[in-house]
Design a protein around this ligand. Sequence first.
Ligand code: GYE
Length: 348
Amino acid sequence: MKKLLSIVLVLMLVFSFTACGTKSSDTKDVADTTVTTAPAATTAPAATTAPTVKVDKKIVVGVVQTNANESDWRTANTKSFNEAFASAGFELKMVFGEGDHAKQISEAQQLIQEEVDYLVVLGLQSAGWEDVAKAAKEAGIPFIMADRKLDLSTDLYTAMVCSDFAAEGNKAVDWLKAQALTAYNIVVLGGDTGSSAQLGRSKAIEDGAKANSWNIVFNQNMKGWDETLAKQAVADLIAAGTEFNVVYAENDNMARGACDAMDAAGITYGKDGTVKVIAFDANKWALQNVLAGKFNLDVECNPLHGPRIVELINKLQAGEKVDQDAYVKEEMFDCATITQAIVDARTY
Ligand code: GYE
């Protein structure tokens, strides 16, 4: 009798455990889903490109970032995604390539396997993304480019929020030309080879030099946009006695590295110096350098893509048409015209 009773008890226990288990995980979701919102009514209207995301399910966005701490720009960019997605209630799955293109590709494929609702890519390289974009399309996952435009045909991506790097470079070239220097001996400190940021900015100065018969006395890309590498490269040029009067640094950090090397060698630069310093990104600290006359020009590249991507995704969720190719509006800051108010207003 007792034995029978204990068996019944055990069975009851087992039954209740399994019931509890499911209830705590499934029922809550299910309960919340089914009870609060009728599936049909709650599903977002299926726009051609937007995935169907249950209204009580967080939109999951996979972001394939370049490197965690590649530069102050990148740090601001990552922070912008984290903050904007958190306040939008999106679940952010951010992965980093850490300088390795193949790693970015495999991580993107992994996010597709995990069935994210949107895939946002900031490519270390602009080439080599077709397979990922095709896989995303087959999985019904909108592919969005941010920061750097990739080499993809328009049928393989839904939208982009990028910077026009050729336009950025041309702004600097036009400014340089307007300086009417007696000679142009230019040091180019390039960013990561093959990134659209490097390709666009480098082509602008190379074409500008050809068109204006300027001398590019040094033109090398610094892996990871690295400030220390840039400093060492300029220190080596100085030690070798290379004549230069322009530093074209493809981001703020490398411009600062170059200035540190010139400080160490007692070479003057900036507003009242012998060497003109051009930078890109326009971080707040860098604009402080422009105001102080240490940098002559800083061409803005705005990293605050978080809110822009949130707005884009919300539009897609609402079935609205979006601009497939949106370039971020950007400006430039000249040491002759910048003010403290402009610096104070900078948010990154
Ligand atoms: O200029 C540099 C960053 O892709 C525009 O990447 C971005 C570049 C930016 O590391 O600082």
